[in-house]
Design a protein around this ligand. Sequence first.
Ligand code: ADP
Length: 328
Amino acid sequence: MTRVFSGVKPTGHLTLGNYLGAIRRWADVDQRQSDALFCVVDLHALTVDHDPARVRRLTRQAATLLLAAGLDPELCTVFVQSHVDEHTRLSYVMECVATDGEMRRMIQYKEKAERERARGGSVRLSLLTYPVLMAADILAYGTDEVPVGDDQTQHVELARDLAVRFNQRYGHTFVVPRATRPGVAARVMNLQEPTSKMGKSDDSGPGIVYLLDEPDVVRKKVMRAVTDSGAEVVYDREERPGVANLLEILAACGGGNPEDLSGVYESYGALKKDTAEAVVELLRPVQERHKALCADPAYVEGVLRDGAERARGMAKPMVDTAYRAIGL
Ligand code: ADP
């Protein structure tokens, strides 16, 4: 059976981008058709300036939202990265396989490091090595497929390269994973700046729809989305990124395709109105389940405890094998 692994970082509240780009597929397809593990990757949240209590709170919230989004502990394994030591054990070994040059070429590192320096802050070494830990997250489970949004494909490529290099040097150990992406909404853009990704770690802004936003907040954000001075609704990601983003979101909510939908609308206002309602309806059941799960913290705790135990059982033999292969 295909092994699937993916995760979310608890660096902020989960967004519509996380949901459409990744989480919804995990719940709809991956957990049903494969042997899947989904992880709140809390160690990755420490790579930038962080508040310990907030990371702990967001980790719990993200795990609860994954369950609210439909991940079923009977079908898949849901756990928190730091509960399974195998990730950091393997990460060090993979650091001995990766080079500093390939780390410095990672687009997310360059962007985030630049932002950090522009703020006058220093760049944590873990921001540079983060993709190695991510490779370890993936490789520890013999993962075949990593369902992610577009922004993560370069990191999955690195995991592939490191797996191949390790196997060549030290004997066949790791499965070489591949990224899978959704057909539409693989990169949901910020509603206020449609040339940048809707990212949860950005400062909370009117351009980001959070999974727990109230319906009226969602409506307001979508109705105020930046478009352009044109009037005709056409799907063109390069020239009309704002409108294209709305069409993709609407298509992803309703299962259609953005080009066909562009022919249906005669005004931006009507497109925004339908997109807002589609997002509200998409999020409604997730929010309802989230509320119910918040009333039962012991259940969530139990799921995460069992998940970590299962994950540990899968990762340990693989990491032990890698240690032996590399000479430890
Ligand atoms: P973030 O950038 O929000 O911190 P994470 O690194 O936690 O995201 O990513 C969790 C998953 O959500 C990844 O598979 C990532 O590719 C996906 N994702 C994040 N933002 C978007 C987006 N704007 N559009 C599509 N997918 C996204």
